[in-house]
Write a protein that binds this ligand. Structure first.
Ligand code: COA
Length: 167
């Protein structure tokens, strides 16, 4: 199965209303707020379609900063003590019926590709995610590391992802 990634700006609202990833806040965000936030420039949402033109999942990217205190000691080395420019995978979700088939991995890869591009034109150090109870182990599976004293906040460095993508 191959997937196509489309900006939320180009997705008819009727395509979004039946999306169900099993987590209501993520369904509601996609249907009610994703286009508004994209239009405002607060968060960019990208929707994945399958060959039958059905929505299989989505993710939202937004800029962020990480404060020094949240960074584990071994990742502080060389970093200045002011907030570090970062990019947040603010949401990532896969249709409930299609989970476990590699779509989450595909979406994460697409997000990484975009993030590495952004990092070519601006300072960007961390990729961060605020996981849900249902997705903590998914991010841990991909090597995301916990911030200090945070149960659901994880990070990878852009450098780690870039090197992994370069193989
Ligand atoms: C978490 C979620 C995005 C994963 O997507 P998915 O399409 O089911 O995941 P995939 O099939 O692509 O799995 C990719 C890999 O992650 C692993 N994985 C998937 N879900 C996992 C989980 N919950 N815990 C541990 N590993 C997981 C798979 O085993 C697979 O490993 P492999 O490539 O080594 O075989 C999806 O289940 C989801 O949308 N959940 C509900 C919404 C949610 O919680 N979103 C996150 C909030 S930001």
């Amino acid at each position: 199965m191959s997937y196509k990634l489309v900006s939320i700006k180009d997705v008819p609202k009727s395509k979004l209303k039946n999306f169900d990833c099993g987590t209501e806040v993520l369904n509601e965000f996609l249907f009610r707020y994703s286009l508004k936030n994209d239009t405002l420039g607060i968060g960019r949402t990208f929707v994945a379609f399958d060959e039958n033109n059905e929505v299989t999942g989505y993710f939202t990217l937004a800029s962020a900063q990480v404060v020094y205190e949240d960074i584990p000691d071994e990742y502080r080395v060389k970093l200045p003590k002011y907030p570090i420019p970062s990019l947040r995978i603010a949401r990532l979700a896969v249709s409930k019926d299609l989970q476990g088939k590699g779509i989450g991995k595909w979406l994460l890869t697409q997000a990484f590709i975009k993030i590495v591009h952004v990092a070519e034109i601006t300072g960007l150090y961390f990729i961060i995610v605020d996981a849900k109870e249902t997705s903590k182990s998914f991010y841990e599976h991909y090597g995301f590391i916990k911030f200090n004293d945070k149960d659901f906040s994880y990070f990878l460095t852009v450098d780690t992802v870039r090197k992994a993508m370069e193989g």
